[in-house]
Design a protein around this ligand. Structure first.
Ligand SMILES: Cc1cc2nc3c(=O)[nH]c(=O)nc-3n(C[C@H](O)[C@H](O)[C@H](O)COP(=O)(O)OP(=O)(O)OC[C@H]3O[C@@H](n4cnc5c(N)ncnc54)[C@H](O)[C@@H]3O)c2cc1C
Length: 482
């Protein structure tokens, strides 16, 4: 569904167009704006959002010599990975840049990551003699370890000022450029002036507030000629999950279902991730329909998700789920934030589509590939599908350039992807690699006194390759499927 800022100004979509976020927006009145204390900060690069994409972008830009301010509304870095407890890097190809560096720091904490061998983590499974060989679980990390390691690495650059608990609320646009972003910290208004801004908010809040066009939900087939797309556009978003953590007590536990929670009210299908300390994080994949993020007030949504967590855990405790019995396990925590797989997708100079994903590098002729990925097309919604790919595909640099704004880039799951392509390339290490590309690109733009759109992409690609990023299929690796 194609939504311009004006068209979205009515009804429940207004929050998206206004850049107010999803239940975390800062309800600031005009009087507050006049009276609140304020401070102006100046920098070369302002990265908004400190999740996977934002951490990669800030680190890459600062390492490349630019002065960076990183804004994050939570008090820890890592975004969905750390706050929604999706703390697993599924195996994928092409994550050999900053994610590998971060892993090297995280593994210094003996209970920080599940696997100290990074190379092994890229192997999702192999087809050998027509048989699918077992899947490597990827890398599992403790949220605190990600945050601590990322902060260490950013501090080591000496060029990045990380502002936590600071919420972006407005982009002040002049002509075709953003001049300043406004953010709030503890009742104080911050005005951040920068040469270039990178939107890593995951919802594309900065781009939307700057007036960029965006899409949401299923794209109609004629738009990108995608074989799996429906004929008509439909507002159907990938499902939501509130992850929870369980601990083995070693002794039988009494199953608990709070009053009013309906037995069996959450579908049983789930991914079970073993944490480094032996706990398990449960991701009940079809917990809530994706559109609930648009239609339900956020505290009601969280309440309903919590009920489903209890219902889900009760079901797996009382019924035998697969091979594992959970009767000695206890519910030790519920993630503070719901896991959102999809919201806006900002229209950029190029839109990555299902045809790119399925065609793979062999069939793509783009000259500006800055990252590769190979995760399956993975839709958990009305038209659910899990389609493995035959090999890696490339993501063009143009997907990171929102149309219409000169000094703005995007490096998050809200970048310029179709609904179907986003379901494949949204993984954390791919987002971090896109952040790495954006961070290097803005540093080049500043060095050459030009716009991100006008940099020499060959120079960017050479830089990324020198930092370990794969932009072609790595030689000598077995065929990988996600
Ligand atoms: C249930 C679920 C399971 C998944 N499973 C996997 C998996 O197994 N492996 C995998 O690799 N990926 C998985 N994914 C996908 C992956 O986690 C996300 O796509 C990825 O983390 C998105 O990264 P990002 O940088 O785009 O956004 P995020 O990591 O969400 O970062 C966005 C950041 O921006 C901040 N922000 C937002 N608005 C503002 C504002 N106004 N001001 C300041 N800061 C702001 C947020 O607080 C957040 O820190 C899963 C996702 C979900 C929901």
């Amino acid at each position: 569904m194609n939504i311009s800022r004006r068209a979205a100004a009515k009804g429940f979509l207004a929050a998206f167009a206004g850049g107010a976020g999803f239940g975390h927006g800062n309800p600031v009145s005009a009087a507050d704006l006049r009276n609140a204390p304020q401070e102006t900060l100046k920098t070369q690069v302002c990265v908004i959002g400190g999740g996977s994409g934002g951490t990669g972008a800030a680190l890459a830009a600062a390492r490349a010599g630019a002065n960076v301010i990183l804004l994050e509304r939570e008090s820890i870095l890592g975004g969905t990975g750390t706050c929604a407890w999706v703390c697993v890097w599924q195996p994928i190809m092409g994550a050999n840049g900053i994610p590998r560096d971060l892993h090297a720091v995280m593994k210094e904490d003996p209970s920080g990551v599940s696997d100290g061998d990074y190379a092994r983590s890229g192997m999702a499974g192999r087809v050998k003699d027509g048989k699918w060989l077992p899947k490597n679980p990827g890398i599992v990390y403790e949220p605190r370890t990600f945050d601590y390691a990322a902060r260490e690495m950013l501090e080591a650059t000496g060029r990045c000022q990380t502002l936590l608990a600071t919420t972006f609320c407005r982009a002040r646009v002049d002509g075709d450029s953003i001049k300043t972003v406004e953010a709030w910290f503890a009742g104080k208004r911050l005005l951040i002036e920068a040469d270039v801004f990178i939107d890593c908010t995951a919802d594309g809040d900065v781009c939307a507030d700057a007036g960029c066009e965006f899409h949401m939900g299923e794209d109609p087939r004629p738009l990108y000629d995608e074989s799996s797309a429906p004929e008509q556009a439909a507002m159907s978003l990938n499902a939501l999950t509130l992850c929870y953590r369980i601990t083995d007590t070693g002794v039988p536990q009494k199953p608990y279902l709070p009053k009013g929670v309906k037995n069996g009210s959450c579908p049983l299908g789930a991914c079970y991730t073993k944490m480094p300390n032996g706990d398990v994080v449960v991701n009940a994949v079809g917990m809530l329909k994706g559109n609930a993020i648009l239609c339900m007030e956020h505290s009601r949504l969280m309440r309903e998700a919590q009920r489903r967590v209890y219902a889900h855990f009760h079901s797996i405790q009382t019924e035998s789920a697969g091979k594992t019995q959970w009767n000695t396990w206890t519910l030790s925590g519920i993630a503070p934030r719901i896991g959102v797989r999809e919201t806006r997708r900002i229209l950029g100079d190029y839109v990555l589509t299902e045809n790119d994903c399925r065609g793979g590098l062999a069939k793509q002729s783009h000259k500006d590939i800055i990252a590769i990925a190979d995760h399956a097309i993975d839709l958990h919604g009305k038209r659910g599908q899990h389609a493995r790919l035959d090999g890696p595909y490339g993501i063009p640099y143009r997907c990171l350039l929102p149309k219409g704004v000169r000094n703005l880039m995007i490096a998050s799951r809200a970048a310029s992807f179709s609904h179907i392509a986003a379901s494949s390339c949204r993984l954390q290490r791919t987002m971090m690699t896109l952040g790495q590309a954006a961070g290097n690109a803005v540093a080049l733009a500043i060095k050459h006194r030009t716009d991100p759109r006008r940099i020499d992409v060959a120079e960017l690609q050479a830089r990324l390759q020198s930092q370990g990023v794969d932009i072609t299929e790595p030689a000598g690796k077995a065929q990988v499927k996600g």
